[in-house]
Design a protein around this ligand. Structure first.
Ligand code: SF4
Ligand code: SF4
Length: 471
């Protein structure tokens, strides 16, 4: 029914005009119950987003993604490059979760939880409303010449946006290089940290560009999650949707006239007031049906509910609903795709939890030194190795010794016993010398034990080479 209407809107986006130039959208300030709920949710999420890199658990940052030094902390658990498989499974679980969630609830995440939407609609947009006023005033200000009022408001807006972008980039950098480094820089003369200052200003520039100019185009053009909607959503997915059955009725939507009987005239409950379009931050008309541009922000629900209250119709002409709900009045059901996704998600979570619990606190790698062959004496064969020990715990590991478990022999650690600092990597060189009579072939697998204060804390294996004929 809607498709018959016109599909032309799918060939264009509201943010770019016919000649390819940026078309700025001036959404009307949303008002209503859902907008209030979204504001409260955004406060909570903003606190979590800003505080997460500054919270420490057992001395570990709550969330850290230090790609340069390959250090990752997730919920206070340190992950090392050696735990890469866990990271891959975590990412897989997240992807399947997002898919499953999207199949059922559409783009609710975009409207309520996405950092882009929260910063754009709940921080930058609110500052803009505060300085420049609502839609009509913003359009007027844009059109008026550069008089004192326009210069004052624009400078105030640009400086505020720059300041917020600078704060956001500090938090962003705390996720990447660690909050300690950022706090150290903040408490010192910035000129002592010129490199860091340059990075901060570069990120500030990026955030400023996104929130002052690029804006909703992140969701419309760039975001891969948004692009996926076309394949993830089906008629049973819940979305912000216009009830076209009720809104259009037999003879379509029509402006409200005093005293008319719309039932007799066959007109739907949509009075074509355009309020749902004016509040939309991506510049679309939800009455055209589900569109990729819709970030499910619910602003149009609030706007339409307000109109329904004023005209005496029931609320919910625009609401959270699936197309099937609207068309066939069907209730939500678990479909086959949803059951399959749930099964995969359960298995992946089980694998992830098991792997997390089975993860060793100490990781040992003993490898033969590249390019070095064995040395022999009359009675023994000797190989040289590099050893890497990773301490993933929050305590130092003292008096570390390396011993042979599978063979009789001597292990000589260059520099003696080791100490591995908490969450650190210790590297060294060691010699293993085995009596010829204890070797049966020229290439043998050795089992090696890592001990701390005499207690076995980890085992690993390595190869041992000797002459072809051992005698
Ligand atoms: S159509 Fe409605 S829910 Fe979608 S982006 Fe526009 S205002 Fe938000
Ligand atoms: S706000 Fe509601 S009544 Fe007004 S045009 Fe949109 S759907 Fe129709």
């Amino acid at each position: 029914m809607i498709k018959e209407n016109k599909e032309i809107f799918r060939d264009t986006i509201g943010t770019i005009d016919d000649s390819g130039n940026r078309n700025f959208i001036y959404p009307k300030k949303p008002k209503g119950k859902l907008y209030n709920y979204r504001t409260y949710v955004s406060w909570v999420l903003l606190v979590i987003m800003i505080a997460s890199p500054f919270i420490k658990i057992n001395g570990n940052q709550f969330l850290l993604f230090n790609v340069l030094e390959r250090k990752f902390h997730i919920f206070g658990f340190p992950f090392w490059p050696q735990d890469f498989h866990l990271l891959v499974i975590s990412v897989l679980v997240s992807v399947v979760f997002i898919i499953l969630f999207t199949v059922v609830f559409g783009r609710i995440f975009c409207g309520w939880m996405c950092p882009q939407t929260i910063f754009m609609e709940m921080v930058f947009r609110k500052v803009e409303y505060l300085i420049e006023g609502d839609r009509a005033k913003q359009i007027k200000l844009d059109k008026q010449p550069w008089n004192a009022e326009k210069i004052r408001k624009r400078i105030l807006k640009w400086v505020s946006f720059f300041f917020i972008s600078f704060l956001v980039s500090n938090v962003f950098l705390a996720y990447i290089i660690g909050s300690d480094t950022v706090l150290e820089y903040l408490s010192d003369n910035p000129l002592n940290h010129v490199g860091l200052l340059v990075k901060l200003l570069a990120f500030t520039g990026v955030f400023y560009f996104i929130f002052a100019w690029f804006r909703e185009q992140v969701c419309i053009i760039v975001c891969p999650y948004g692009r996926l909607q076309g394949v993830l959503l089906d008629n049973k997915s819940i979305n912000v949707a216009y009830d076209f059955v009720r809104g259009e009725s037999e003879n379509g939507r029509k402006k409200l006239r005093k005293g008319e009987n719309r039932d007799e005239l066959g007109h739907g409950d949509c009075i074509d007031c355009n309020q749902c379009v004016l509040v939309c931050p991506t510049g679309i008309d939800i009455r055209n049906g589900t569109q990729l541009e819709c970030i499910n922000c619910t602003a149009c629900i609030d706007a339409c509910n307000d109109i329904m209250d004023k005209t005496g119709f029931d609320q919910g002409l625009i609401r959270y609903a699936s197309e099937d709900d609207i068309e066939r009045k069907e209730k939500f059901k678990f479909n086959a795709r949803l059951i399959a996704y749930s099964a995969i998600l359960t298995i992946l979570i089980a694998v992830l939890v098991t792997m997390l619990f089975l993860r060793n606190d100490v990781e040992a790698t003993v490898l033969r030194l590249p390019g070095q062959t064995f040395q022999t004496t009359n009675t023994t064969v000797k190989n040289v190795y590099t050893v890497k020990l990773i301490n993933k715990t929050t305590e130092d590991i003292e008096n570390v010794e390396i011993k042979l478990i599978s063979h009789e022999g001597v292990v000589n650690m260059v520099g003696g016993m080791l100490k591995i600092k908490r969450q650190d990597l210790q590297e060294g060189t060691l010699f293993i010398e085995i009596n010829k009579k204890d070797l049966i072939s020229s290439k043998e697998k050795l089992k090696i034990g890592i001990y701390s204060n005499g207690k076995l804390i980890e085992t690993t294996s390595t190869n041992f080479s000797g002459p072809l004929k051992i005698n």
